[in-house]
Design a protein around this ligand. Sequence first.
Ligand code: NAP
Length: 308
Amino acid sequence: MINVFFAAAPARWPIYEDALRKAFAEAGLTVDLSLDHAPDQVDYIIYAPNSGVTDFTPFTRAKAVLNLWAGVENVVHDETLNIPLARMVETGLTDGMVEWVTAHVLRHHIGIDTNLRRQDGVWRQEVPPLAKDRRVTILGLGELGAACAKMLVQLKFDVRGWSRSAKSIEGVHCFSGDELDQALTGTDILVLLLPLTPATEDILNADRIALLAKGAVVLNPGRGALIDDDALLAALDSGHLKHATLDVFRTEPLPADHPYWSHPKVTVTPHVASETRAETSSQTIAENIRRAEAGLPLLHIVDRDRAY
Ligand code: NAP
């Protein structure tokens, strides 16, 4: 019997319980899945940062922590965690992010707001450029960034991307490492899909915003602290940036008096760009437990030094 502890917000239990049991059965695993195993009896921890678990020391026989979220910034620096940590990669999460990014890129590319706003009886024929003439740059070409880049290539956007290691993605002009400024220069629509790490915090600062094309749009479904908020607000106010659509924030929920809520050039979405889906993520979790039990390396292991 494998003891699996579901350490996520209690409201998630009814959403996940059946999906996890089904996935374990399909993977041929005999699992006792529970919200309240004794810590020293737990083999695997399904974890979300809002679970209340902050000390992994009592989980003396646990073999791995399986994060329910793609982002691990809340757990990766935990010094009580000395077993492998896997982040979440699953098709539901990826598909949701592709939909959110594509929708918001198209909103700004076509200028949907302009016509929604101007129902004033005046016939203005302002035709947007084609996608091939709109440069979209994605910072982060991992699971989510690469999937979004591929969709935007399908739509024929001029797609650029930047990652730590060099990549090759058909139709995408890929930059890496110290080529960030080249990737940003002349960008019309910037998408942030980097993890939050010591190396990426405040990565979008005033100097880098200045490299974007005048009238550029910033989309941030990554993490709030990737952006220097004061620099972003200044660039929106000066007119260098046309709009920012922000899904993630340094403080969440975003405080009701935060300037982003009332800024005319900011769209706030409440961390809904994408969510881990119970059915598909349960398959990822079951597969990782199956692999660990078979002595195989886990999938999607977090590099603790890189912090993602
Ligand atoms: P991932 O597969 O780990 O990809 C991360 C990408 O960022 C990789 O391409 C990586 O480069 C690059 N990167 C990391 N540090 C870098 C650095 N210092 N310089 C240059 N590139 C760097 O992560 P993912 O699954 O795509 O998720 C990305 C982030 O999306 C998550 O960490 C999370 O914060 C966010 N997210 C948000 C939502 C939401 O609803 N808003 C939902 C899910 C995830 P390499 O490829 O070279 O490693």
